[in-house]
Design a protein around this ligand. Structure first.
Ligand code: ADP
Ligand code: MG
Length: 714
């Protein structure tokens, strides 16, 4: 006999369960209580939420039934007490309760909290006498926690609980097949699956329940790491062409480099070269702070590829970024950049930019040049992945801003490399905290740039509340005028294009927030800025207009560029030494740091103002202060992780769609790391996980379908 949800729930119930993600008995077993009421511990009656459902535990003081005066029927008043204060609970036409809710009993009540004559009360709540409900209590069990489940519409807590308990008794043995291998459970002193389910749904002691909760974390950590380790093992089988030849191009580049590499650039370079020399494909992440010099490292790798007679492609998420990368490469290569497909000497490199907005004719020519090997390095957007783009011999892909590209897109590009797989270098624009790298990017090898080129950053940052100090705006403008007077440029950034009125959720005050269009106009008319020239840059402009604005700003034709966050990544304007960010509280920490990274790039003293319409006491101001206090992107990344909750962190990644419910990237780093070691051991002896089918099934269950690698054997 196999137990099914249908046996215990009506079609309507099952609809409600489905909304909570429960479609099978296994799902129901994993529908865990939100919290536990510990006997002896009374629920404080003072803090019950009016108008909401509350589950509370209290001692019965008295019970009294009387006839109602104006209507037929009876009312039973039960007075309960939490040790501090009492509350009256009313039941209608349930006279029999007189003999049930006896004074001295501790009872759990669940019902909507209402107000009657100025007092909080429950009307005919459901209740459970924990001293005699259907669990076989032992004296010790009187100290067992009482589960409180998340609400499922239309299914009372008591009924749901009862169904779970019955199903636990009658379910098929398969339901209890354990994704955690026995050795691991024994080493870590974790309960097996069946015991752990019992400890959640029929908890005996708080300690046992705590152990069960640990188990769910380990299960998820192992699933995550087994998937990563296995994926990594599969990468390691992908045949690639070794690209070890350091030839004329890389040598000339090294010779002409106007600076010495930082030690982490050297190390990263060595790690990458060593990967490129293998017969299997590199899958490496390169990350570091803004300005740490990732482009140089990536370009050096691409030159090695080209010296080895292969092509390299650099993939960027937006056209602005692709153009910026192209410009950076152009600048770094200088005269080494070939101006035509015909090389005048062997050390020259042919680089092209390919974007969606290119004229069709040019694009066709470029496609031809790529397919015939007349181009060595191509920088581009998604257009690189279109069917019309073919390569002669693609050896290396550099993916910028990995999280914006899905795995599928990477695969599409990889498919262009023919029978062999290109090496892949993933670049992240922001530094990634170790715990995140271990969870989100754990299928990649990691190179970290953790030191900065000497003397490149000298930025002072001020967080300014215009609510508290409105007069500061004019002072900031005066500074901007002085900056322009020295021939230096200033960015002015705001979150939106059009101005809008936004109601503050807390104060309910409507505030006017300036968009960049109006902001520019306002600055043009400000007396303290008289004589300055302004440009505008935002996402709704055409590529041509954007390019022009950037060019004019770079050349110094305009003093001030008023822009939205399109300038966030990659944009590099050495002459820009000032940045004013309006409504800075609307940006995240990482974004502010990114934005600020656009200035002070050539060693000149730079200054950044984070302006906010919020008062200094406002919580949002803490973030601004944190950004003002340090230039270290790693410190800020950790700050962000601590303060922002990991949903946001993981949400941006391919794991955003996972249903990991118990594991915390923040707090469970130790578990994640230890699980990695177990996963490596398991996958090395049993790559298909055929000896632990329950683990394989669990992986498919919790990891998003597109990224789950193990296909459940059916
Ligand atoms: P990011 O890591 O933000 O992409 P970039 O690669 O754009 O950083 O480098 C930022 C700036 O620093 C560029 O102008 C680059 O030429 C310069 N740079 C890179 N490495 C060094 C170095 N070792 N010494 C001095 N300047 C460097
Ligand atoms: Mg860069």
């Amino acid at each position: 006999m196999s137990a099914r949800l249908d046996d215990y729930f009506t079609a309507r119930d099952r609809g409600a369960l489905k909304k909570r993600g429960i479609t099978s008995v296994g799902d129901l077993f994993r529908f865990f209580p939100r919290r536990f009421l510990v006997p002896g511990e009374k629920t404080p009656l003072g803090g019950l939420p009016l108008g909401e459902t509350a589950i509370l535990q209290a001692e019965v003081i008295s019970v009294d039934t009387r006839r109602m005066q104006r209507r037929r029927g009876t009312i039973t008043d039960v007075i309960v007490h939490d040790g501090q204060q009492s509350m009256k609970i009313a039941f209608f036409n349930q006279k029999w309760l007189d003999s049930q809710l006896l004074p001295g009993l501790t009872v759990v009540f669940a019902g909507k909290v209402e107000e009657y004559r100025g007092q909080l009360t429950l009307n005919s709540p459901t209740w459970l006498n924990r001293d005699e409900h259907d669990v076989k209590w032992t004296p010790e069990d009187l100290n067992s926690p009482f589960p409180v489940y998340p609400r499922v519409k239309g299914i009372a807590q008591a009924r749901l609980w009862k169904a779970i308990k019955i199903l636990l008794d009658v379910a098929d043995p398969e339901e209890f097949e354990d994704p955690l291998p026995k050795v691991m459970r024994e080493n870590l002193d974790l309960p097996d699956l069946r015991t752990a389910f019992d400890d959640m749904h029929r908890p005996r002691t708080a300690a046992a329940t705590e152990k069960a909760k640990q188990r769910w974390k380990w299960e998820e950590a192992l699933a995550l790491q087994a998937e990563f380790v296995s994926r990594k093992a599969d990468y390691a089988k992908l045949e690639a062409t070794p690209l070890l030849n350091v030839g004329a191009k890389a040598l000339r580049f090294d010779e002409n480099l106007p600076f010495t590499l930082t030690s982490s650039q050297v190390t990263a370079g060595e790690e990458i070269s060593s990967d490129l020399g293998q017969k299997t494909a590199m899958h490496r992440l390169l990350h570091g702070d803004v300005g740490s010099g990732k482009t140089v490292v990536a370009l050096r790798a691409m030159l090695t590829a080209v010296d080895s007679k292969a092509q390299a492609a650099m993939l960027a998420p937006t056209e602005v970024l692709a153009s910026q990368h192209f410009a950076s490469i152009e600048r770094l290569l200088g005269e080494q950049m070939a101006l035509s497909p015909l090389l005048s000497d062997e050390s020259q490199v042919r680089v092209a930019l390919l974007t969606g907005s290119m004229p069709a004719r040019e694009r066709r020519q470029l496609a031809l040049d790529l397919a015939t090997g007349q181009i060595d390095i191509v920088v581009g957007t998604h257009a690189l992945m279109s069917d019309s783009t073919m390569f002669d011999n693609l050896g290396l892909i550099v993916v910028d801003e990995q999280h914006r590209f899905g795995v599928e897109q990477r695969e599409a590009l990889r498919a262009k490399a023919g029978t062999k797989v290109p090496h892949t270098l993933v670049m992240s624009a922001t530094p990634i905290p170790r715990t995140v790298a271990m969870t989100v990017f754990a299928d990649l090898d990691v190179s970290t740039l953790d030191d900065m080129p000497a003397g490149t950053k000298d930025i002072t940052t001020h967080a300014v509340s215009l609510a508290d100090h409105p007069q500061w705006l004019a002072r900031v403008h005066e500074l901007l005028a002085q900056t322009a007077g020295r021939g230096e440029g200033g960015f002015v950034v705001a979150p939106r294009i059009e101005s809008s009125d936004i109601e503050d959720a807390e104060t309910e005050k409507v505030e006017h927030h300036l968009g960049v269009i109006d902001l520019k106009e306002r600055m043009e008319n400000a007396s303290e800025l008289a004589g300055l020239t302004f440009g505008l840059l935002h996402g709704k402009l055409s590529t041509l207009e954007k390019d022009r604005a950037m060019r004019e700003f770079v050349s110094g034709d305009i003093d001030v560029l008023v822009a939205t966050t399109v300038i966030e990544v990659g944009v590099d304007v050495p002459r820009a030494t000032m940045m004013i960010i309006h409504d800075a509280d609307r940006f995240g920490v990482a974004q502010l740091h990114q934005l600020r990274g656009r200035i002070g790039r050539d060693g000149r003293q730079a200054i950044c103002f984070l302006l906010s319409g919020r008062p200094e006491v406002d919580e949002s101001f803490d973030r601004l202060r944190a950004v003002a206090e340090t230039l270290d992107g790693f410190v800020l990344a950790e700050y962000d992780l601590d303060n922002r909750g990991e949903g946001d962190v993981l949400g941006a990644s391919q794991w955003g769609g996972s249903s990991l419910r118990h594991l915390s990237v923040l707090r469970d780093a130790a578990i994640v790391e230890a699980a990695r070691a177990y996963a490596e051991k398991i996958v090395s002896v049993d790559p298909e996980l055929s000896s632990i089918p329950a683990l394989r099934a669990f992986i498919n269950r919790v990891l998003p379908a597109e990224s789950a690698h193990f296909i459940e054997a059916s």
